[in-house]
Write a protein that binds this ligand. Structure first.
Ligand SMILES: [Zn+2]
Length: 337
């Protein structure tokens, strides 16, 4: 009897150590404008279906029932609702650090991969503090000050290579040159403005993600990587089903790569969500015809898919502002010895 008690006690001690293991790596994937019906364009099986937990995120902003990508990105990144158009500021214009900035200050490596320009609203939510998403010069000066360790996106036209280099970045403009990099801050800028649409841009977002992970994982402390499928939103604005399918297929490949990484690297959490839905997209008829009810964003909840260590914390219905604190708590857990 005593021996059984000892076995149970040591087993529960082992489990409590395991359960309190901090999350080391967080990969946060945003499909801009990606509602459930966008995901339904994929044939089954697909990588979304590997998710271990599913939730729903409420997307309204501080000023509107239907958010824009600046307020939506700010909620996901900085954990508070703000007014449409604002980046990294409360509605009263007080700057709030993003989960990326806070983890960077705690010694994690950080990265952003996006299929738009680096100064576009969603990536900018993670490093900028500006009252208007169109203030490109100010947003870029925030990038030079607070940017992630590694980024892969478009934006050459407005970026200053000198300013990037002064900020400590090594500048490259191709995936091939990115693959040669071994350490330090890396800016990989692949297009003058936004990246080309899928499928014309080939595998740049998938390859850029693989390279970002290769560079970031060198830090034994861990990393935070945000990846945005930016153009799912633009396909919704254009009510263009073929464009939408190609963009969702591209982010599906990224998700597969990140989930495989989590399989091979315990302590890795993968979250996939959206800032809002775009297009009021529906799938009708036996022929799976895609129809749209608007050329704008909609106010519906968006799905949250999670996978890997800590994924059980992302089921249920919650505000889009919940991600920051959940991620900070999970990465901060002290291991009980
Ligand atoms: Zn949009």
């Amino acid at each position: 009897m005593k021996r059984i008690f000892i076995i149970i006690a040591s087993l529960s001690m082992f489990l409590s150590v395991y359960a309190n293991e901090p999350i080391k790596n967080v990969i946060f994937i945003i499909g801009d404008g990606m509602g459930l019906n966008q995901v339904c364009t994929l044939e089954s099986p697909n990588h979304f279906e590997r998710a271990e937990y599913i939730g729903l995120s409420k997307t309204y902003s501080a000023s509107h029932k239907v958010t824009d990508s600046a307020a939506g990105g700010t909620a996901l990144a900085c954990g508070m609702k703000t007014k449409n158009g604002m980046l990294g500021l409360t509605p009263d214009s007080l700057p709030q650090n993003s989960v990326l900035t806070i983890l960077q200050e705690k010694g994690f490596s950080t990265g952003i991969v996006a299929s738009c320009r680096i100064n576009h609203a969603t990536p900018a939510s993670y490093y900028a503090h500006q009252p208007n998403r169109n203030m490109d010069a100010e947003i870029l000066s925030d990038l030079y000050k607070n940017g992630p360790d590694v980024f892969v996106a478009g934006g050459n036209k407005l970026l200053s290579i000198d300013s990037l280099q002064n900020a400590g970045y090594t500048y490259v403009n191709s995936i091939a040159d990115l693959q040669k990099q071994e350490k330090g801050k890396i800016a990989c800028v692949l297009a003058p403005e936004d990246m080309p649409a899928a499928p014309e841009r080939g595998n740049d977002i998938v390859l850029g993600t693989a390279e970002a992970i290769r560079l970031l994982e060198k830090n034994p402390k861990g990393f935070f990587l945000m990846i945005e499928g930016s153009q799912i939103d633009w396909a919704g604005h254009g009510n263009n089903a073929e464009y939408m399918k190609a963009e969702v297929e591209d982010i599906n490949k990224v998700i597969g790569l990140c989930m495989d990484y989590a399989d091979n690297n315990p302590g890795t959490l993968v979250i996939i969500t959206a800032d809002h839905e775009t297009g009021g997209t529906t799938v009708v008829g036996e022929e799976k015809e895609y129809k749209y009810s608007t050329g704008n964003h909609t106010g519906v909840m968006v799905p949250v898919y999670s996978y890997g260590s800590g994924s059980e914390n992302f089921s249920g219905i919650f505000e889009n502002t919940s991600f920051k604190d959940k991620i900070l708590n999970l990465t901060d857990k002290k291991v009980k010895k």
